[in-house]
Design a protein around this ligand. Structure first.
Ligand code: TNX
Length: 512
């Protein structure tokens, strides 16, 4: 008997690895359900990623997993199409459309000592499952160079799907411009925590950041400034499409925002005819808000917006265009309302769905318009009264440009100081008594960049708050609690370090 036991051990079965507990893994967002069976799956160089034959999206998800695993493991894992479920010891990815509980983005991960099966009802779910696989491997998996590790994963079953359909983050590339590489890195951060929307704030008083071929001065003139007087910049349409594709590979839809009729100084400086007095304004590098407006009574303003919306719609496969609409303090309400109504029509005529900041609910909303609540609950109420859905971005909790406390080296504090616990410990469905679960499409955390000049600054404000917003959007509220989360978040420190993220070492977090 002893001999047999010894032989079994030598054969390299699960008994050679220490016991594991899948349900104790510090996953963020916390999954809907986890059962552990105590063994380990080893990712070895000879593992094949089998993908269900005949579906390009499944094959792409397989390639995405292979690319993610390559740098740290050095394993050039093969991705192979197959008709049948896989051979022992391998990874198998496939769809099961009949498993409707999983919805659009849910997945089931079945890990045993003899293989790993990832299934989803739709391809997006496979991408979400990959985010989980990543977190179940040692932190060294995040390295960009080959690391020495046994690459073990705890075994068991995870079934998981999101609470909210819209899980977004906003990056303001107008106050300060961030190059394509930085935006890709930001997208990587979102992908780690199962976000599915990136809202790009592409225009504001301080800069116009997207090439519009029919109005070239927007970028020839309007892109060349930013807060503090730096050189600014813009994305060519080709670069924008590259971002769209990069995000789409990670199940992230890009939502472009052109803010109007206020927050438009960069456009007003580029084209004199957009101003009521016909004179171009100066470029602006300060941080005041609410002083600019398109001349809502001029037809040319609508020609301009029509062209911008059409070009944006063509380069944006996602269904939304965000029209801003916030803080138009110098646009009289009697001009603001017809303006918003007309612009909404232009967006729907271009085949897109409108999103706007909560102020747009003062107008009659387009049939499927979505309102982004940030400050005024009365406005959200007006949207709900019109039967529309709301995205929750309460500035007091979800503004990542707010300082953590009064000593934070950058950030504003007009809405609140937002420490990591405050950022996490709220529920979209109860934070405003008048906004209930059924009214809510999802949540979005916003990073305004008046005080943010480079990727280190982005890191400092985004980490470690961002993972919490991911969890609020994804996990059922009865699975979430701050003290458990603080432990799990602390366990991500190694990952942040390996990724070279310049995070804020909040005293609230139980760092490992
Ligand atoms: C308010 S939030 C704004 C932005 C600023 C931000 C700074 C919103 C819709 N408007 O223009 O950048 O505060 O926190």
């Amino acid at each position: 008997i002893l001999l047999i036991a010894l032989l079994l051990g030598l054969a390299g079965c699960n008994s050679s690895y220490p016991p594991t507990d899948l349900s104790a893994e510090p996953l963020i967002p916390v999954p809907v359900s986890v059962t552990s069976d105590g063994n380990s799956f080893q990712l070895r160089h000879d593992v094949t990623i089998f993908v269900e034959e005949g579906n390009a999206d499944v094959a792409n998800a397989g390639e995405y997993l292979a690319r993610l695993l390559f740098p740290a493991t050095g394993f050039d894992l093969e991705v192979e199409a197959t008709k049948r479920s896989p051979v022992k010891g391998h990874i198998y990815m496939h769809l099961d459309p009949a498993d409707s509980e999983l919805g659009k983005e849910g997945y089931e991960l079945n890990i045993s000592d003899s293989g790993l099966e990832l299934k989803a009802a739709e391809p997006a779910g496979l991408i979400m499952g990959i985010a989980t696989i990543r977190q179940l491997l040692p932190s060294a998996i995040e390295s960009s160079s080959v690391q020495d590790s046994a690459w073990l994963m705890p075994t068991g079953v995870i079934r998981d799907y999101p609470e909210y359909a819209y899980r977004g983050a906003m990056l303001d590339v107008a106050r300060h411009f961030f190059p394509v590489e930085d935006v890709k890195r930001f997208i990587d951060y979102l992908a780690m925590y199962k976000f599915n929307r990136l809202h790009l704030h592409l225009s504001d008083d301080q800069g116009w950041r997207i090439e519009i071929k029919s109005w070239p001065k927007l970028t020839e003139i309007g892109s060349k400034s930013e807060v503090g007087g730096g050189e600014g910049g813009f994305y060519t349409q080709e670069e924008y499409r590259e971002l769209v594709a990069y995000a789409a590979q990670r199940n992230i839809m890009i939502i472009p925002e052109i803010d109007m009729p206020g927050h438009t100084n960069a456009a007003l400086a580029s084209y004199p005819e957009l101003n009521c007095d016909g004179r171009a304004t100066e470029l602006y590098t300060g941080i005041e808000v609410g002083f600019s407006t398109l001349c809502t009574k001029k037809e040319i303003v609508y020609d301009f917006i029509g062209d911008v919306v059409r070009e944006l719609a063509v380069m944006t496969p996602g269904k939304y265009i965000h029209i801003g609409g916030d803080e138009s303090h110098v646009t009289p309400m009697e001009d603001y309302i017809p303006f918003i109504e007309r612009v909404q029509k232009m967006v729907t005529d271009a085949g897109k769905t409108v999103i706007g900041w909560d102020e747009i609910a003062n107008a009659e909303l387009a049939p499927d318009a979505v309102v982004q609540y940030w400050a005024q609950a009365e406005n959200a109420q007006k949207a709900i009264d019109q039967g529309r859905k709301v995205i929750m971005s309460p500035a007091t909790h979800a503004y990542m440009d707010m300082q953590y406390d009064s000593t934070s080296r950058i950030g504003l504090h007009w809405a609140a100081y937002i420490e990591v616990d405050k950022a996490y410990d709220w529920d979209p469905a109860s934070i405003e008594p008048s906004i209930s679960r059924d009214d809510i499409l999802g949540i979005e955390a916003a990073l305004w960049t008046e005080t943010v000049t480079n990727i280190e600054d982005i890191d400092y404000l985004v980490f470690p708050r961002l993972p919490g917003y991911g969890e609020i959007g994804w996990s059922p509220s009865d699975k979430r609690n701050w003290s458990d989360y603080a432990r799990r978040l602390g366990a991500h420190q190694n990952r942040f370090d390996v990724l070279g993220i310049h995070y804020y070492q909040s005293p609230k977090v139980q760092w490992k």
